[in-house]
Design a protein around this ligand. Sequence first.
Ligand SMILES: *[C@@H]1O[C@H](CO)[C@@H](O)[C@H](O)[C@H]1NC(C)=O
Ligand SMILES: *[C@@H]1O[C@H](CO)[C@@H](O)[C@H](O)[C@H]1NC(C)=O
Ligand SMILES: *[C@@H]1O[C@H](CO)[C@@H](O)[C@H](O)[C@H]1NC(C)=O
Ligand SMILES: *[C@@H]1O[C@H](CO)[C@@H](O)[C@H](O)[C@H]1NC(C)=O
Ligand SMILES: *[C@@H]1O[C@H](CO)[C@@H](O)[C@H](O)[C@H]1NC(C)=O
Ligand SMILES: *[C@@H]1O[C@H](CO)[C@@H](O)[C@H](O)[C@H]1NC(C)=O
Ligand SMILES: *[C@@H]1O[C@H](CO)[C@@H](O)[C@H](O)[C@H]1NC(C)=O
Ligand SMILES: *[C@@H]1O[C@H](CO)[C@@H](O)[C@H](O)[C@H]1NC(C)=O
Ligand SMILES: *[C@@H]1O[C@H](CO)[C@@H](O)[C@H](O)[C@H]1NC(C)=O
Ligand SMILES: [Fe+2]
Length: 551
Amino acid sequence: MGKWRWTLPLAVAIVASTVVGGGAGGIPTTLDGPFVPVTSPLDGAGFRGRAVDLPDSDPRVRRRARGFEPEQISVSLSATPDSVWISWITGNFQIGEHIMPLDPTSVASVVRYGRLRQPLSQKAVGHSLVYNQLYPFEGLKNYTSGIIHHVRLTRLKPGRKYYYRCGDPSLQAMSDIHVFKTMPALGPRSYPKRIAVAGDLGLTYNTTSTVDHMRSNKPDLVVLVGDVSYADLYLTNGTGSDCYHCSFKTVSPVHESYQPRWDYWGRFMEPLTSTIPIMVVEGNHEIEEQIEGKMFEAYNSRFAFPAQESGSFSTFYYSFNAGGIHFVMLGAYISYNRSGEQYRWLERDLAGVDRKVTPWLVASWHPPWYNTYKSHYMEAECMRVEMEDLLYSYGVDIVFNGHVHAYERSNRVYNYTLDPCGPLYITVGDGGNRENVTTRHADDPGHCPEPLSTHDKHLGGFCATNFTSGPAAGKFCWDRQPEYSAYRESSFGHGILEVMNETHALWTWHRNQDLYNSTGDAIYVVRQPDKCSVQPMVTKPHKTQTLISDS
Ligand SMILES: *[C@@H]1O[C@H](CO)[C@@H](O)[C@H](O)[C@H]1NC(C)=O
Ligand SMILES: *[C@@H]1O[C@H](CO)[C@@H](O)[C@H](O)[C@H]1NC(C)=O
Ligand SMILES: *[C@@H]1O[C@H](CO)[C@@H](O)[C@H](O)[C@H]1NC(C)=O
Ligand SMILES: *[C@@H]1O[C@H](CO)[C@@H](O)[C@H](O)[C@H]1NC(C)=O
Ligand SMILES: *[C@@H]1O[C@H](CO)[C@@H](O)[C@H](O)[C@H]1NC(C)=O
Ligand SMILES: *[C@@H]1O[C@H](CO)[C@@H](O)[C@H](O)[C@H]1NC(C)=O
Ligand SMILES: *[C@@H]1O[C@H](CO)[C@@H](O)[C@H](O)[C@H]1NC(C)=O
Ligand SMILES: *[C@@H]1O[C@H](CO)[C@@H](O)[C@H](O)[C@H]1NC(C)=O
Ligand SMILES: *[C@@H]1O[C@H](CO)[C@@H](O)[C@H](O)[C@H]1NC(C)=O
Ligand SMILES: [Fe+2]
C-alpha cells in the first residue's frame, strides 16, 4: 500500500462551484484530492419542513391484492449474475388479540419465467414462511405476517431481461407479468450502468420524492444501506412519533413497533422492487426487539439474501457480484470482532476476490466510521478499530453508509489519516425518513458531544476516544470541518454509481429539491491498482474491548 501521506497545504483546492451543478467538464476526480473540506450552507432557517409519514389511508400503501394474490413483489440478487431471488407476500397480516398465524404451506411458492413474455416456459419453486412480532404485555397488540415467499431462479443468462409471474397457480392467484434484468457477466469490462444507493428511507412524502428521483435515474440495481420502514417509530396501536424515545419512554414496557408499516413500505416500493433488484443491509431500525429477546424478524423474513450463496449463511452479512464489482455487505449490530464469525467470513470472502475479474471492491454497512455530523459522531468506532485494517489491506475502493440523515463524502482516508490508498467513504442516510434532516456538525462551536453520550448499546462496545495526533490532538472534535471530510450537505437525496471501466467510476448525488437531471455532488472515483496494491493482512486478535453498561 502507498506509504506517503498527504498534508493539507499540498491539497488542491477545488471550489464548491465546480462540483455543484456537475457540468460534464468540471467534475473533479479523487486524484485531484484531497480536497479542502466544503460544507454546503443551509438555506433559510436551515430547516426545509418536516418529513411526514404517509398515512394508512394513502392509496399507495393500501392492500390491493385480493385473496391469495401476490403483493409486495421484489427481486434481489444472488451472489452471481446467473441467479436472482423473487419474493412476495400472500394473504393478509393480522394484528391485535387472538391472532392465528397463517399456514405457510397452504399457498405454493411458484415463479413462471422466461426470456419472452409468452410463454413463460420455465418454472421455479421456493419456500415460504410467516413471522410473528409478539409483545407479552398488557395492552400491546401482536402481529403475524402474511405468507412470505422466496424463490431462487438459477441458470439465468447474464445481462438479459426475464419476464415472470409469481404466486400459486392452483389457487388461480398468479401475479401480473413483471420484468427484470440480470446483472452483466463478471469481468473487468462488464458493469451495470447505474447503481442507486440510498439509506434511511422510511415512508414519508419525502421518501416518495427520493424514490421518484431514483426511478427517474433508471438504476439497474438499488442498494439500501439500512433503516428501511421505520415501523419502530410506532406503538402497536398505530400511533407514531418523529422521536420514539421522546414521546413514548414512560408508556411502553418495551420498544414497540407497528409492523403493518412494513407492509405499507413493501406495497409502496413494489413498482420499483418488482423490476429492479434491490439489496438491503440491516440498520438499527431493523432490530425490533420482541418476545424472548428475538430481533430483526421482519428484516430476516421479508428480504431474500445471498447468504448461503456467498458462504456467510447469515442474513446480516453477505457478498455478491454485479459485473466487475464485488460488494460486501457488513453487519454493525452483530459481532464484528476478530475472533467472531463475521470477521472470519469477511477474511475468507476478501481472500477469494480476484481483482482481475472484479476490479472494484465496494463495502457497505449502516453506521458510518467517518462522520463529522454531531448525530452518531464516533458511534461506530469499535467496528472501525476492529475491521478497518482488513478492509484497507484489501484495497476497498468505496464504502457506503447511512444512519446519519444527511450527505457526506470523505477524502480518501485510513485510520483518520489522509491516505491516497484509503477508501472513499460516502454517507447517504438522507433518504427522507420522519426523523428530519441532520444539520449539526460535531465541529460547530459548543456542539462537540460528550464522548460517553456517543455510545449506542446495540453497537457492542465503547471506543470513542480523543484524537492522539493531527490538528485535533487531545480533543474529541475538530474545531473546523475535519480534513477527512471533503463535502457535506444537509439535504435529502440519493446517489448513483456508474462504473466506467476498471479504474474510473462516476459518483453523483441527487437532491430531492433539485430538477430530476441535476446533481448536488459529483466525483470521479479513480482506482490506482499499481500504486495501491492489495496486501492481504494476517489478522492478530485485538485485546478485548470493554463493554460499558447501559445507562
Ligand atoms: C420534505 O417534503 C416536504 C413536502 O412534503 C417539503 O416541503 C420539505 O422541504 C422536504 N424536506 C426536505 C428536507 O427536503
Ligand atoms: C401476544 O403474544 C404473547 C405471547 O404469546 C401473549 O403472552 C400475549 O398475551 C399476546 N397478546 C395479545 C394481545 O394477544
Ligand atoms: C395508543 O396508545 C397511546 C399510549 O397509550 C395513546 O396515547 C394513544 O392515544 C393510542 N392511540 C390509539 C389510536 O389508540
Ligand atoms: C467476539 O465475538 C464472539 C462471537 O460473538 C464472542 O464469542 C467473543 O467472546 C468475542 N470476543 C471478544 C474478544 O470480544
Ligand atoms: C491508528 O492510529 C492510532 C492513533 O493515532 C495509532 O495508535 C494506531 O497505531 C494506528 N493504527 C494503525 C494500524 O496504524
Ligand atoms: C423534526 O422537526 C419538527 C419541526 O421542527 C419537530 O417538531 C420535530 O420534533 C423534529 N423531529 C426530531 C426527531 O427532531
Ligand atoms: C478529550 O477532549 C475533550 C475536549 O474535546 C476534553 O474536554 C477532555 O478533557 C479530553 N479528554 C482526555 C482524556 O484528554
Ligand atoms: C476509463 O474511463 C475513463 C473515463 O471515461 C477514461 O478517461 C479512461 O481512459 C478509461 N480507462 C481505460 C483503461 O479504459
Ligand atoms: C435538465 O432538464 C431541464 C428541463 O427539462 C433542461 O432545460 C436542462 O437543459 C436539463 N439539464 C441538463 C444538465 O441536462
Ligand atoms: Fe440508523
